[in-house]
Design a protein around this ligand. Structure first.
Ligand code: ADP
Ligand code: ASP
Ligand code: MG
Length: 439
């Protein structure tokens, strides 16, 4: 059987009737585009709201027993306008009324926010004359909250084998007891990757509002250079560190079976965007670094203890304190007598004092310093491992920009140098690194 392309369209690509028309012409221009995954309507302009955010806002109103009708009406209007402008024959109002009546009956937050993609997929299916498949019936989580790929494969591949072109809502699936469960924010990218894997697609196209992956966040660096080709590994490092174009979890399902990802721009469909594959020949990539990304809101706990390295079990003791407190760690860079632990602030909540007390008691360090509100920057590139002097250039760039480095970590894979700096310097630091390596 001929291989298909799975196409995922993000929020801005699905924001209004005009965008729906662009999506339709993209799909109709290639008859391999037979499997479409969609997000909820995103922003139509900078000051607009994403429907998913409005659905969360609805939930907040309900939580504090404040009437939610006004917010719900704004959401409803988004869908009513799309259906009206596209002159579709769907009674979208009855779907909306049904959701509204269920809200008062205490539905789960996951069910409520998933309706953003559910309704958009129903409308897009009608517009394209494709079949609608509810993600609840084909994307399955296990009891631990992870994707159950075997069950998903069994059920979804059966449906796809019927040969009809389909639209599937992104962002959610169902638990073993049949309840709707969502992925984390931006999760429609994951749905698209899972569908591409099950469909054994030749390509996973991810259509968004930028012409591919750029070397830095375009909101920070003016007109960053586009990346034509990038490896899954490099991309994962960048996505994890805040290059939000593609959800970091969207890489595994396709990487394991070698399906390339192509990031494309719905507003500029002739641009070929970025191809993400396993291997890139050196001559294909002229730049020493592939990209830069950064993320705020980390805490670094820096420990110093003379002869730390020769003390058996020192690191284990520290890690077990964090484990007992149910905290995951981002990085643990270490020297001979020093060790830093990098934790996302979200993980720490109110546990910082408890942890510091326990470390002092059980590990007896010479000093312990805590840096709150740190930012991490990842400078990523497969070529870095065998190019001399990259780290020196990076640190000089930051020093020249007047930025203090609090932590350095070069992962053992050597495709990534992570620097920890004060949070407010993030944008300036990214621009300094970009200017050094790219301009
Ligand atoms: P979608 O709604 O289509 O899923 P997202 O908002 O999740 O789109 O991702 C696209 C956005 O990612 C872009 O509009 C851009 O602002 C942002 N972005 C952050 N870092 C980068 C980068 N390195 N390259 C391109 N876009 C980036
Ligand atoms: N609509 C969801 C969000 O805003 C999922 C997605 O767009 O991928 O996070
Ligand atoms: Mg996204």
């Amino acid at each position: 059987m001929e291989k298909i392309k799975v196409t995922k369209f993000g929020g801005t690509s699905m924001a209004d009737a005009k965008q729906f028309c662009k999506v339709k012409s993209i799909i109709e221009s290639d008859d391999k585009r037979r499997c479409v995954v969609v997000s909820a309507p995103g922003k139509r302009h900078d000051d607009d709201n994403k429907v998913t955010d409005l659905l969360y806002l609805c939930q907040e109103h309900i939580k504090y027993s404040v009437p939610f009708d006004q917010v719900f009406d704004i959401i409803a209007k988004r869908y009513l306008d799309i259906v009206m402008e596209l002159e579709l024959n769907i009674d979208i109002k009855s779907y909306l009324d049904d959701i509204k009546s269920k809200i008062s009956k205490n539905i789960s937050i996951d069910y409520l926010v998933s309706r953003g993609e559910y309704l958009n997929a129903i409308i897009m299916a009608e517009f394209l004359n494709y079949d609608f498949i509810d993600a609840k019936e084909v994307i399955f989580f296990d009891n631990n909250g992870f994707i159950d790929l075997n069950k998903t494969h069994e059920v979804l591949s059966n449906k796809l084998s019927w040969g009809r072109p389909v639209v599937i809502p992104g962002f959610y699936g169902s638990t073993p007891d049949g309840k709707v469960k969502i992925f984390s924010r931006g999760g429609s990218d994951i749905t698209g990757a899972i569908v591409a894997r099950v469909a054994e697609a030749e390509l996973y196209e991810n259509w968004t509002d930028v012409s591919g992956f750029l070397m830095a966040d375009p909101r920070i660096v003016e007109n960053p250079k586009p990346i034509e080709r990038i490896t899954y590994r490099e991309l994962r490092e960048l996505s994890y560190m805040g290059a939000s174009v593609l959800h970091e979890e969207a890489i595994f399902p396709v990487r394991e079976v070698g399906i390339p990802i192509n990031i494309r721009n719905t507003n500029e469909p002739d641009n070929l965007g970025t191809i993400i594959t396993d291997d890139i020949k050196d001559e294909e990539n002229q730049n020493i670094i592939t990209g830069i990304a950064g993320k705020k809101d980390f805490t670094v706990i820096a420990l110093h203890k003379n002869h730390m390295n020769s003390e058996v079990g020192f690191i284990r003791k520290i890690l077990s304190i964090l484990e007992v407190n149910n905290i995951t760690i981002e990085h643990v860079p270490s020297g001979i007598d020093s060790l830093s632990i990098v934790i996302s602030n979200q993980q720490l909540e109110n546990k910082l004092n408890i942890i510091i007390d326990e470390i002092n008691k059980k590990c007896n360090p010479d000093s312990i310093n805590v840096y709150r509100n740190m930012a991490l920057i990842a400078t990523v590139g497969s070529k870095m491992a065998y190019t001399v002097g990259i780290a020196a250039r990076l640190f000089t760039a930051l020093a020249d920009a007047g930025i203090n480095i609090r932590m350095i970590d070069q992962g053992s894979s050597e495709i990534n140098i992570i620097t920890g700096i004060e949070g407010e310097g993030l944008e300036k630091a990214i621009r300094a690194i970009y200017n050094t390596f790219v301009l």
